[in-house]
Design a protein around this ligand. Structure first.
Ligand code: ADP
Length: 320
């Protein structure tokens, strides 16, 4: 796990996860309060693996916001990029766990504090000190966080960071599917590394085929690595010179929340100090095996952050 700083930009919120799978929200006997939000999950995933991560985003100046900032700090994530909004509240999500372990979300965003981050509130010094800048999720949807998102990306790029993008599509939050597709693709060419899920691949290509041709239709010449995560079918990788797939590990999945973020955090923590791995297929496959194992472990416990593994857990799954 590398020493270079990975800055993860975007939202953090609380997932209320039902204590029983396969029931509607109204039927849930109770909820576990699980901190989450894709970019925050990635930061904690990196830190739990022994890497150096910072989170940049905005929280409400309320009980939940301070709880979340505390969780980042307890997990060793650099918190200097967090600002608190004095008016708006911290975002919340209610998760429905289907019997197959997949999840659906209902959001409280009214708007929430994360959407109110302004460009002038960014900690630019922190962003410039990063080796990798990771972003994605809902911060493109509305102003002012959209402008903050675009500025942070530009500053990171100018500072020579590797730009890592995970669209983390949450369709109900967009005004329309077309708008979501348009906005996601509008920043496509700025990224060095992109990770999409199989569902996002279908959505972005408009085809229900998940194959090499479909993934390669999303390729752009500025990219160094395109990844497609396939749940229990592992992951696929595409670079300028080679592509292939890496099998998943067999585990008993109870909640897939955070698996993709765990996968990304693992990958970034392994390439942050040595980006030449992206051009070396055998080494990249080793890293993706590690990332698949991280994702797999994350599905074996409820919630996102509580399920993120330590490096030793990942290595024992790989050796098992
Ligand atoms: P996302 O959260 O982006 O949809 P996935 O659910 O595909 O991402 O999970 C990311 C990675 O975690 C997968 O590529 C895979 O390696 C691992 N993973 C996810 N679900 C499972 C599962 N049920 N069994 C084993 N590995 C899994």
């Amino acid at each position: 796990t590398g020493n270079g700083l990975i800055v993860s930009f975007g939202e953090m919120l609380i997932d209320f996860v039902p204590t029983t799978s396969g029931v509607s929200l109204a039927e849930a006997p109770g909820f576990l309060k699980a901190p989450g939000g894709a970019p925050a999950n990635v930061a904690i995933a990196v830190s739990r693996l022994g890497g150096k991560a910072a989170f940049v985003g905005k929280l409400g100046d309320d009980e939940f916001g301070h709880m979340l900032a505390g969780i980042l700090k307890e997990n060793g994530v650099v918190a200097d990029g967090i600002t608190f909004d004095q008016g708006a509240r911290t975002a919340l999500a209610f998760v429905t766990l289907r019997a197959d372990g997949e999840r659906e979300f209902m959001f409280y965003r009214n708007p929430s504090a994360d959407m109110l981050l302004k460009p002038e509130e960014l900690n630019l010094e922190l962003i410039r000190s990063a080796k990798v800048f990771h972003y994605g999720s809902i911060s493109l949807i509305v102003e002012p966080c959209r402008s903050a998102h675009l500025k942070a990306m530009e500053v990171a790029k100018d500072a020579g960071c590797l730009l890592s993008y995970d669209p983390n599509l949450r369709l109900p939050l967009w005004s329309s599917a077309d708008e979501a597709r348009k906005q996601i693709l509008s920043i496509w060419e700025k990224a060095d590394l992109i990770k999409v899920s199989d569902v996002e691949l279908e959505f972005l290509t408009g085809s229900d085929k998940i194959d090499d041709a479909s993934a390669l239709s999303l390729w752009h010449p500025n990219l160094k690595l395109l990844l497609v995560t396939l749940g229990e079918n592992g992951s696929r990788y595409y670079t300028k010179n080679f592509h292939g797939s890496v099998d998943a590990f067999h585990v008993k999945a109870v909640d897939t929340t955070g698996a993709g973020d765990s996968f990304v955090g693992a990958l970034l923590s392994k390439i942050v100090d040595d980006q030449s791995i992206l051009e070396d297929e055998p080494r990249l496959r080793e890293v993706l095996k590690f990332a698949n194992a991280c994702g797999a472990i994350t599905t074996t416990k409820k919630g996102a952050i509580p399920a993120l593994p330590k490096e030793e857990d990942v290595l024992s799954l790989i050796k098992a």
